[in-house]
Design a protein around this ligand. Sequence first.
Ligand code: F3S
Length: 398
Amino acid sequence: MYLTKEEERMMDGEEGYAVKKSMEILVALGDIYGAERLIEVGSVQVAGVSYHNLGDAGLGFLNELAEDGTVKVLTTLNPAGMDLEDWKRLGIDAEFARKQNLVIDAFKKMGILISCTCTPYLIGNLPIYGEHIAWSESSAVTFVNSVIGAKTNREGGPSALAAAFVGKTPYYGLHLDENRVPDTHVQITTELKNLPDWGALGYSIGKRVENKIPYITGITDASLDKLKSFCASVVTYGSKPLFYINGITPGSERHRPPNEMITIEDRDIKEAYESINDDVSIIDLVCVGCPHCSIKEIAEIAELLNNKKISSNTEFWVACSRLMKQMADKRGYTETIERAGGKFACDTCMAVAPLKGRFRSVATTSAKGCYYSRHNGMLTKMGSLEECIEAAVRGRWS
Ligand code: F3S
């Protein structure tokens, strides 16, 4: 890969260990994928923040980098393994909290914004159309590629961090227009009635297109919350982190539906629900906010929980960024939700918190949430916000 004089100097260690190590990672990646050069990035989103996933080896790696390096571009963080302020209330043990805080300290030292959210585009890390960025949270990568029209590969945690220290990323994959051409036409003939239907749609499309870029027709109406849910599920279940929806997402007008075509019908959505949902009725945990809740979603939760009481056998978590919670505090949503017995899980989520063995079953609005909860050994139910709140109040799925 071609390196400028300045990049060569970074590679030689003139800017310190963290930048040198980062250059090595970026050059290795560029060589593997045949990139000709590096390009500047406008921002970075770093995943791999939970101590639950990093362990001591990951913490050691971060501390080494933090010793002599700070990031060159706006860099935000994915959810951590706990609510950084209220971890005790979520039942996190003290030793885990201590280690998680060491991880956060290392990121702070690097000059990274301790945002701890998978929806950085809702809290100020919002790229513009066509901008090159290096992000590493799959749902957010899919959102910015597809809904905003920014350009990023699905980075791993270390390669995103390396891009942050250098301010650049190898120019390959989804940074190149020729790799952003849709290759499967997905025709939707079913009506999407609520948020989890979009998750089910993502499941169906992801499974059917398998590592391709779908061009979707037949959808006439969408919203930010529906699209963020769809982004999370379509990439989790198999597609590339980029799609086009005719008439809705940017760039769809520049492409024609590809010849290869599949159709998603009522029965595909039904089958998706059947695959995602387990045969379970007692619900231990209800968690909404995957991806992290918008303020509009929190408002809906508060309205539905008003004058209700959550079952003493069930935990109800609202996963969101701390900034979103601060807005909820000001509008009185927090008070309503907490009065009903709900808890805010800021900075974290059901996939990256150490939940294994704590809950037997979870209900959520999110197909991605179900996927990762199963990995945590839980039985899963996916339903509408109304159904999830009903489950939290009754302690069972009806
Ligand atoms: Fe976000 Fe966690 Fe879901 S990172 S997309 S809330 S699994």
